[in-house]
Design a protein around this ligand. Structure first.
Ligand code: 4AD
Ligand code: MG
Length: 462
């Protein structure tokens, strides 16, 4: 008999029919006449209740049906008389795939802390919380593709191993096949990478943007969606060493088109989750964050505030609020500053533009004032920066001047500069940190809890 996923069982048309379900036992209770098992198969946050009439089953059989055990049950789906569920299955057959020893299986009934669950990240997807988070994450990934595909963007795969540091922050994980215990050296005592796998020093990418620009200046509108690596030693609830980033890049977009796209994009994804992940979001809201749904709706329904960096600095200076980090023109905004603007002042997401060039990357389009660049950050309640992007400097001479100013090794950049040499166009793009979006939508507070296997400083378990 064909298996029905539990998500598909809650259907009046199936009542009275024989069904086959397979999954993992959440709980078992009952007496010598009747036993009730709550079964979950990961397809939904909801469990199906299975009723075992003990006239038809032996105690010996049911003894193995412990929390975490995997079973296959066939029986009739009926409307439930009991409280807390609408349907249940009256079991006819029971097959046990694998027992989970109650003495050893760590996920017993009682609620565990998120900290404890991080230590058993290999099993935590079997909890309600992580089941919900991972389903929402999957739906959001689908929404990302759908948004861009519906608009005629092409999905471009950019390399994970690269020789260029897009953000120029020097936070790259090196990739090498050289013997670290016996490194070849050049005459001036530096490591000689000429014998390395790629014949030069390489690292894991911090961004697919530079290659994305090559795609956009050929295909028009592209997006990337892939793993991104940063060796920044920030142990915060918002940073991962390995995270997923979505980077659209569009020919013929200026900064305003870029802002419009960014706003439409995040709203679309959040709305998609609200419409398609109701059970999971309701659960997360109930468990962790009573204002979650209201907050998500409010982001979808209201337009984002748009201000320049200079206006932002003035607002902060005139706020009368005491900040830990000083506020002055030229300072990189700290998350306390971003959150003040978003959560207290505007009470909605803020897109900030036109930052001092010193605190932004080399590729951003320079403004006529000679001081600022057409960068934009989208700032979200509870998250801070969720998107970073810019209009790009499309003028070859201006871009070169900036590259020289910042002492970026030119020989590595020739291919990028070709976009400005041959048929350069105004263009723009941005990067959305996927886990920060998942954080926002699920109401979780630590980024380690929205990716199945987090990579953070001193942690690469599982
Ligand atoms: O602001 P960032 O560094 O921008 C770029 O990488 C550009 N190349 C994007 C572009 O214009 N195509 O990173 C973009 C976003 C941030 O806003 C943040 O959401 C996320 O990536 N991010 C991280 N997320 C988790 N852990 C980290 N260590 C992150 N660093 C950046
Ligand atoms: Mg940024």
């Amino acid at each position: 008999m064909k298996r029905t996923k539990i998500a598909k069982l809650f259907d009046p048309a199936l009542v009275g029919q024989e069904v086959s379900v397979k999954g993992w036992v959440r709980t078992r209770r009952g007496n010598k006449h009747v036993q009730f098992v709550a079964l979950n198969d990961g397809s939904t946050i909801r469990n199906i209740q299975i009723v075992f009439d003990m006239a038809q089953f032996t105690d010996e059989q049911l003894k193995s049906v412990t929390t975490g055990s995997s079973v296959h049950v066939e029986g009739i789906l009926v409307e439930s008389m009991g409280k807390g569920q609408s349907y249940e299955i009256q079991a006819r057959t029971l097959e046990i795939y694998g027992v989970a020893d109650p003495e050893k299986y760590p996920l017993q009934k009682k609620g565990h802390t998120l900290e404890f669950l991080r230590e058993i990240a290999h099993l935590r997807p079997r909890t309600n919380t992580f089941g919900a988070v991972l389903r929402v994450r999957s739906a959001l990934a689908f929404a990302v593709h759908r948004f861009f595909q519906e608009r005629g963007f092409y999905y471009l795969n950019t390399p994970l191993i690269t020789a260029s540091d897009c953000e120029g922050a020097g936070e790259m994980f090196q990739v090498t096949t050289l013997d670290l215990n016996d490194l070849p050296k050049t005459e001036d005592g530096k490591v000689d990478f000429s014998g390395d796998f790629f014949g030069k020093a390489t690292a894991l990418t911090v961004s697919g943007q530079l290659e994305g620009e090559l795609g956009a200046t050929a295909l028009g509108e592209i997006y990337t969606f892939g793993p991104t690596f940063r060796a920044e030693n920030s142990n915060t609830p918002r940073h991962l060493a390995e995270f997923w980033m979505i980077e659209p890049e569009m020919a013929f977009y200026d900064i305003h088109d870029n802002m419009d796209l960014a706003e439409d994009f995040v709203k679309y994804c959040i709305n998609y989750a609200l419409e398609n992940c109701k059970d999971d979001i309701d659960f997360l809201s109930e468990m962790y964050d009573k204002e979650l749904i209201e907050r998500l709706r409010s982001v979808v329904d209201n337009s984002f505030a748009r201000i320049t960096y200079t206006e932002g600095i003035e607002l902060l200076q005139n706020s009368g609020h005491k900040f830990e980090f000083p506020v002055y023109w030229g300072a990189d905004l700290q998350s306390e500053h971003e959150r003040y603007l978003v959560e207290h002042y505007f009470k909605k997401p803020v897109i900030m533009t036109d930052y001092p060039k010193e605190i932004k990357a080399f590729y951003m389009k320079q403004n006529a004032d000679g001081k600022t660049v057409r960068g934009m950050d989208v700032l979200f309640p509870r998250i801070g920066e969720i998107i970073g992007g810019s209009e790009r400097e499309e003028n070859y001479d201006k871009l070169m001047a900036r590259i020289e100013e910042l002492d970026i090794p030119m020989k590595d950049m020739w291919w990028y500069l070709d976009t400005r040499r041959f048929g350069t166009v105004p263009h723009s793009g941005f990067g959305l940190g996927f886990e920060r979006l998942v954080l926002f939508v699920t109401g979780m507070t630590n980024i380690r809890d929205v990716i199945p296997f987090p990579r953070t400083p001193k942690n690469a378990e599982f």
